[in-house]
Design a protein around this ligand. Sequence first.
Ligand code: ATP
Ligand code: MN
Length: 501
Amino acid sequence: MWLSRKDRLLLMSVLAVLLLGDIYFHLWPVLMRRFGRDCGCSNTGEDPNSRQTSKLQHLFSHPLYQPQDPLNPALQDKLLDYQETTGRYNRLAHLNRKEENDDAWNSSTHMTETTYNLSAPWLQFHLEISREALYPRSSKTVEQLIDWMGNVPIFKADLTSDTKKLNGECDCEKIVKPSGTHLKLVLHFQELGKAMFKPMRQSREEETSEDFFYFVDLQRHNAEIAAFHLDRILDFRRVPPVAGRLMNVTSEILEVTPNEELQDVFFVSPAHNVCFFARCPYSCKTEYAVCGNPHMLEGSLSAYLPPHFLAFRISVQNPWKRSYTFTGKEEWEVNPSYCEQLKQTEPYTNMKRLLNIMDLAIFDFLIGNMDRHHYDLFTKFADDGFLLHMDNARGFGRHSYDELTILAPIYQCCLVKEDTWLRLKLLSTPEYRLSDVMRESLSRDRLQTVLTEPHLLALDRRLQTVLQVVEECVQKHGNGSVIIKESRRQAVPTRVQQRAV
Ligand SMILES: Nc1ncnc2c1ncn2[C@@H]1O[C@H](COP(=O)(O)OP(=O)(O)OP(=O)(O)O)[C@@H](O)[C@H]1O
Ligand SMILES: [Mn+2]
């Protein structure tokens, strides 16, 4: 049966409309998505769809997070000298290879050679550290380093130097204070890189008991991971990159440690799981051990900072540290003019240092960390540098409770950096909501659900409290003397001096 010319035309038109519809509704969105992803271009906020898909990219392309001027003197002032660093690492790799060859000769065991290459992510990370922060805003290294640590073969596992010191094996008096009461290990990768490993001790859903003192609280691997992401979102960039990883404790720790002391703390539980515990002055019994299932166990890997022989760090007591006793009180808890006195005491006469302490207090309040007894800094930069926000494993213990006294530096001194203040306000808006950008940032980690929803939502609630506390300060003292534009080597005026102006 032949169609009339008119029917043929009608049929063609219907087919053309169907084809166009298919292109428009199916093919076009696929192409848009494909090109949007492949071009690597950042969201500038023009495409509302991509804005919905990545709030984090949207945040990082906000003017407050714009790529910095590479000529900025703080960025140019690097922690390490390229020639000296690569020279020292070359010699170290050479020495390690020699040792490995000797071992292999003596024991005829198979050893992999220490390799060393200039593009290794851990080395790039070290070389990018500047007076401004641990990594530049636009750095690609951090993502690469996290990816690498989550995957790279583990060449050797060992106790950390502070744990060895406790056991009298290492003379590290000037380098680390005695600690090591927790299960933590140093993992060595083939390319000379190192990470500090903290195993999972507590399930994500478990909240720390109200009766626990902060100093006997467990360390949480997910808190280490989440704290790194939060620090980057706040644009502090003072936490060394941390990756989550599912580890095989048998093949990736027990079988690659030459340390007999570490081998000795491994055992197989009645449920046939491989477990290990920490040798330390207290809590070293097997009931405090961590166990694989039967071999696999989650943990956090924190990239090591450059060694002390390349960049010396000092550990400074936190002026708002807590008393590590059941009943003791520190001066900041009883003296209402504590901050005014501190402002006249070195090194807090320098505004930059004091403002850095304010940032640290905000960070600790958001994560709920009461265990900030010390902070570290690179001696090369001293007061012009930043404070390192290391050891965050006691954060994220309780989502249903906010410890207001962690904000004591803020409500006692009534100071905050202008940049920090602007970012906090931005993160409190629905468009850039802190819990949303955190959820997205954490979804990039290898481990799933690093933080449960109640912990993410607690961040939004705590952020509101920080804003409220600062606003109360502004009402009391005025905007100009609370929200401070940062500059180098600025003296801190006391409130009396301010009133005299
Ligand atoms: N990423 C890192 N790079 C270099 N050194 C690190 C790193 N992380 C931790 N350290 C060093 O190891 C020490 C102990 O680490 P951490 O504080 O995380 O463990 P801890 O068991 O909680 O110790 P403490 O009881 O002293 O708080 C730190 O004081 C720091 O000097
Ligand atoms: Mn600690």
